[in-house]
Design a protein around this ligand. Structure first.
Ligand code: GLC
Length: 746
């Protein structure tokens, strides 16, 4: 008998050897481990459960304060052999509690037969939001407004430190969805509407998260999400169908994922929704043909929440949960974020036993999962030791959050230089978001929806920051957080008596995912009425938007004297807004999206020429505020746009130089945006495409000539055959309305 067992194991090892993608560093150890695993242990490794499944209390009514349940720990880690655990039980935890949780998990790991470490994952999309005391940074839509790739990379390193110090080696971030529909409730979780900007920011974030530690291991594994096409649902409602022809999929939505995979991203989370009628979780084309074969992604694919079960319950492409398991695993899913049942594991085993899934599919998935754990050092003794860094709640992280916030808040309008505010003049501050600090951070902040104020840290609101800056005697405040816009007009006017300038903090409450669905992008009428009432009373009206998406207000926009789009600027947003309003800081941010003029139509900056024609067929459309718009308290003049070589071949680079002068009276930073314009192409060309950007800081009266090199190959597009092509012909380059031309030779 013994001889037969040895023979079987050797045969199994041989099979494992043949079917495994090659990988350096630990693959032999992983193969040996797989060779020892039972089918049930492999299925356990492909199972990810939420922390509720090892916590005391009912799944949706956990014991408070949170505590683990030893029986559940034993059942899930020792008996089921769960591969990964995620999330919090409803709200943020102290670091001490994270230490308890991780200590318990590691203890039970060691009781399991093969002692395979459990991989813990968390959403830390703008800081370690589920660790008490961690600094929260601007959300991605605001980070993108800074166009500051280096600072985003630095921030991601700080976040990785805080996450790993909490004992967690996996961050479900960055979001690389390209947001092309402003109504979508996760618009603010993205880097905006441009694939190039999203790619640059995504790579910076991945490199920050996965920075190498002293032990040679990455700090945390990044997780690119949500692959793919999630940000372009036709309805703008979360998790609803997207219809994206392969051409557009490849040209607009794939590049950020492709670039981040090239940068070494270790995991990818899959889009819960469907593209062209196919749930992505069941798509061999998207998960294998494109992701594995074309993009050569070798890391771990993880589902989104309950999305295998949803193939049956929501998408109706499987008649049972068990059938859905076979569909998803055969399509290319490695790890199932189940996360609130143990049926997945059971159905996975049964599917293999019934021949619906080949065991080699599990071997490949488990190989990637175990190799990821190996890469992260979880098998090493120190891999599970508490990492201690110097960033959690540190002054340097708070300073970085403030610096990013000041560079992320966009000055969209400033009539007659009404801003900076006159520090000697009394102002009225009002509006629902003036003293509501939740509005600074949005969702994924101490709680999923970011609404429960009981977990907020000592963050200062814009109102309090203005009072600190100007003195309470200079700031009159009207109303609480939630009803100001419904106050009667006489009350509003009485509050503005003997005051010339009113600062309105408008926008949205916090939300994410489905709870944030809206059917109308228009800004709440009562909020727009605040603008009307004060403008019609002859007041100067300064509006500051704290919101996750550009709520339209073109009817009342003309009544505003100044407008700041603050987005979701993070913990330091209140102070940053006050410093920008008062002029302690000079704004430099630019919009990473087109601010729609009308609720019903969202035309992105890289639109087609026909989208510009008005009803007289004259090119006239323009958004309320264009992609890339953003003012400063100084002025910048561009001149001498030059392209060194006009006749170029496909393997050349376009060498652009342009002079920028700060012609104003104070130092400032300008973000120079370089667009290409393909004059004629076999696919209707966009009116422009962002190809490069650079932040330039200039003292008053200082000039600088900046030079940029753009490979001609970057001017390619996806043709009618869904292939990237570079077509010879004339191109223009545009920087701040200046243009120069080149010709690409065949
Ligand atoms: C959510 C989100 C995803 C998140 C995951 C785990 O449904 O779609 O972005 O990472 O579940 O919390």
């Amino acid at each position: 008998m013994k001889g037969k067992v040895v023979l079987y194991l050797c045969f199994l090892m041989f099979l494992v050897q043949c079917s495994m993608p090659k990988n350096d560093g630990g693959e032999q150890q992983v193969k040996e481990l797989i060779g020892k695993m039972t089918l049930a242990e492999k299925a356990g490794q492909m199972t990810q459960l939420s922390i509720e499944m090892i916590s005391a209390g009912e799944t949706n009514k956990l014991l408070e304060p949170h505590a683990l349940d030893t029986q559940k720990l034993h059942k899930m880690i020792v008996e089921l052999g769960v591969g990964s655990i995620l999330n919090v039980g409803g709200h943020t935890y102290t670091k001490a509690h994270w230490d308890e949780i991780m200590g318990a998990i590691h203890t039970y790991e060691k009781m399991s037969r093969l002692k395979v470490p459990v991989l813990y994952g968390i959403d830390a999309i703008h800081g370690a939001n589920y660790t008490v005391g961690a600094t929260l940074y601007p959300q991605q839509i605001s980070l993108a407004s800074s166009f500051n790739v280096d600072l985003v990379n630095k921030m991601s390193g700080y976040v990785a430190n805080d996450v790993r110090e909490s004992g967690i080696p996996w961050n479900f971030s960055p979001v690389l969805d390209v947001a092309r529909n402003a109504r979508w409730p996760r618009f603010w979780e993205t880097f905006g509407e441009d694939p190039y900007l999203a790619s640059e920011m995504g790579v910076a974030m991945v490199n920050g998260y996965q920075q190498t530690q002293a032990n040679g291991k990455p700090m945390v594994a990044a997780c690119l999400k949500h692959y793919i096409g999630y940000g372009d649902s036709r309805s703008g409602l979360d998790r609803t169908p997207a219809y994206i022809p392969e051409r557009q999929l490849r040209e607009i939505f794939l590049p950020p994922f492709e670039r981040a995979i090239e940068a070494g991203a270790k995991t990818i989370m899959i889009n819960s929704s469907e593209v062209n009628g196919e749930p992505v979780h069941a798509s061999k084309f998207l998960l294998q043909t494109i992701l594995r074969k074309e993009l050569k992604f070798k890391g771990v694919t993880v589902t989104d929440w309950e999305d295998i079960k949803n193939l049956c319950d929501r998408h109706h492409v499987a008649s049972t949960y068990k059938e859905a398991v076979a569909l998803a695993i055969n399509a290319g899913i490695d790890l199932a974020m189940v996360p609130l049942d143990v049926d997945f594991t059971k159905y996975l085993i049964e599917n293999v036993e019934e021949g619906k899934i080949e065991e080699k599919v599990l071997n490949e998935a488990v190989y990637r999962i175990l190799l990821l754990k190996m890469d992260l050092g979880l098998f090493d003794a120190e891999g599970t030791q508490k990492m201690v860094y110097d960033t959690l709640g540190s002054e340097k992280s708070r300073n970085l959050s403030y610096e990013l916030a000041t560079q992320s808040i966009v000055l969209l309008k400033n009539i007659d230089g009404i801003l900076p505010l006159n520090a000697n003049e009394k102002i009225l501050v009002t509006g629902p978001n003036a003293d509501y600090i939740n509005a600074l951070n949005g969702g994924w902040t101490h709680t999923w929806q970011g609404r429960d104020t009981s977990y907020n840290s000592d963050v200062i609101s814009p109102l309090k920051a203005l009072e600190q800056n100007l003195g309470k005697e200079k700031v009159r405040y009207l109303g609480g957080n939630t009803y100001t816009q419904h106050l009667p007009v006489p009350t509003l006017l009485a509050a503005a008596k003997d005051i010339n300038t009113v600062v309105l903090f408008l926008g949205e409450d916090t939300y994410t995912e489905k709870p944030g669905d809206i059917y109308d992008l228009e800004l709440e009428e009562a909020q727009q009425n605040l603008i009307r009432v004060f403008a019609q009373a002859g007041k100067k009206v300064v509006v500051v938007f704290l919101e996750g998406r550009p709520r339209t207000f073109s009817k009342t926009e003309p009544l505003c004297d100044a407008i700041l789009f603050a987005g979701l600027p993070g913990d330091a947003g209140g102070k940053a807004i006050a410093d920008l309003l008062i002029g302690n800081v000079n704004p430099s941010a630019k919009l990473p999206f087109s601010f729609p003029r009308d609720a019903a139509v969202h035309i992105t900056y890289d639109c087609k020429y026909t989208e510009l024609l008005d009803n007289n067929f004259k090119p006239s459309y323009k958004p309320l505020f264009a992609f890339g718009s953003g003012l400063s308290y100084t002025q910048f003049e561009y001149s001498n746009l030059e392209i060194s070589k006009k006749e170029l071949k496909t393997n050349d680079s376009v060498e652009i130089s342009i002079a920028i002068k700060n012609s104003g009276s104070r130092a400032g930073t300008e973000v120079a945006l370089v667009y290409s314009i393909d004059e004629v192409a076999s696919i209707t060309p966009s009116i422009r495409k962002l190809r490069a950007f650079e932040r330039v800081t200039l003292e008053a009266s200082e000039s600088k000539t900046i030079k940029m090199k753009i490979p001609v190959s970057k001017l390619r597009f996806v043709d009618i055959n869904n292939k990237w092509v570079l077509e010879p012909g004339k191109f223009k380059f545009e920087v701040s309305q200046l243009t120069d031309s080149i010709n690409i030779q065949p």
